[in-house]
Design a protein around this ligand. Structure first.
Ligand code: MG
Length: 386
């Protein structure tokens, strides 16, 4: 069992999670990428194809797929494209697990298809559970599929729950670094730039999630995600700011015991754990040095400054279309912020505006979720033109 080769499909192999997953696979030859997918970065995909020889590579953008096809004509890897290609590789007969690390809502259909094909999911795409947790969780249960969290906090909660009963959780303590603007006032946040926001103190991540950390919307999305993954209402999920990013999250049980998972701020550990669960494998990375660290400190998040987190609690209790609006409005606003078109505080202003304008749809279908997302984009595009 230990030495059987685990065949992995990586949706999003050129992003931060995808490339780190491949680093894990370089250390463990019995975890193998049999299919990889990216949006359009064919330069990196070509390198990955030449190094890992997957059976399939999918490029979402069709013209890029054609270009890649001619570049790797000498390789055996089949090149596929568009949603059709993502769905094909997510349901490959020989796949054991699908790592979903695509950015945005693009990942939702392939994830559902993979679950229906009874593939375990290593979940690194937040949007999936935030918008469609009410569809994904029952579906995974029905198909006997495990949803293994890759996000460092959810992996920490998952590890802290090892051997415990879900019914004995008193609360989840979701830790947060606080991001680059911890301790700042709203007045100070009026002046911050794109470069300030991209400077995360501990974690090296993609641009979108780094901005989400600065607004703490990332933590908000994680609260909603944790609710679905661990079946705990959001009022039992407490955000604890722990600036050194040593404790990756904790679970408090009914007897008051608190279990925490600690480690360095390195995503390779949670990625690897999702791929090797329930066993652990050697990982040749830095270890925690408590003496060098000296101390771990804690504080409460400031919900009056980080209103994005406050709004997540308001929408997170629901299983309707509000979480989709929250997520889509944030996605839109972060894009505008990165393009230099809006200020930092406008990100959360736009989320708040979209939520106010929205009329909720109960238990939305995937179709409806995608329609709501489109509605949000159009609403905010209009608002920004004014
Ligand atoms: Mg996280």
């Amino acid at each position: 069992m230990e030495d059987r080769i685990k065949q992995v499909v990586i949706l999003g192999s050129t992003g931060s999670i995808g490339t780190q997953a491949l680093e894990v696979m370089r250390q463990h030859r019995n975890i193998k990428p049999i299919a990889i997918a990216a949006y359009e970065n064919i330069t990196l995909l070509e390198q990955q194809i030449r190094e890992f020889h997957p059976q399939y590579a999918c490029v979402y953008v069709e013209e890029k797929a054609l270009e890649l096809k001619s570049r790797v004509a000498d390789c055996d890897t089949k090149i596929v494209s568009k949603m059709e290609g993502l769905l094909l590789i997510s349901t490959l007969e020989q796949a054991d697990i699908v790592l979903t690390a695509l950015v945005g809502m693009i990942g939702i259909r392939p994830t559902i298809a993979a679950i229906q094909a009874k593939k375990d999911i290593a979940l690194a795409n937040k949007e999936t559970l935030v918008t469609a947790g009410h569809i994904i969780m029952p579906l995974s249960k029905e198909n006997g599929v495990s949803i293994l969290p890759v996000d460092s906090e959810h992996s920490a909660i998952f590890q802290s729950l090892n051997g415990e009963k879900q019914t004995q959780i008193e609360k989840i303590l979701l830790t947060a670094s606080g991001g680059p603007f911890r301790g700042k006032s709203r007045e100070e946040l009026q002046q911050v730039t794109r470069e300030d926001a991209l400077r995360h103190p501990n974690w090296s991540m993609g641009k979108k999630i780094t901005i989400d950390s600065a607004t703490m919307v990332n933590k908000g999305l994680e609260v909603i995600e944790a609710k679905w993954l661990f079946q705990v209402p959001v009022h039992k999920i407490q955000v604890v700011v722990q600036p050194q990013s040593v404790i990756h999250s904790m679970v408090q049980f009914v007897d008051g015991a608190v279990m925490a998972q600690m480690g360095t701020a390195d995503m390779k550990l949670p990625i690897q754990y999702a791929l090797t669960y329930p066993s652990r494998k050697n990982l040749k990375e830095e270890r925690l040095d408590f003496f060098k660290l000296g101390q771990i400190t804690f504080e409460a998040p400031d919900l009056e400054v980080f209103t994005g987190l406050k709004m997540a609690y308001q929408v997170g209790e629901r299983a309707d279309s509000y979480p989709t609006v929250y997520n889509a409005a944030n996605e839109f606003a972060v894009k505008k912020f990165l393009e230099g078109k809006i200020s930092f505080l406008t990100i959360t202003d736009l989320i708040s505006y979209a939520l106010k304008e929205h009329k909720a749809i109960d238990s939305p279908s995937v179709e409806e979720i995608l329609q709501v997302e489109q509605w949000v984009y159009e609403l905010l595009e209009k608002k920004c033109k004014k």
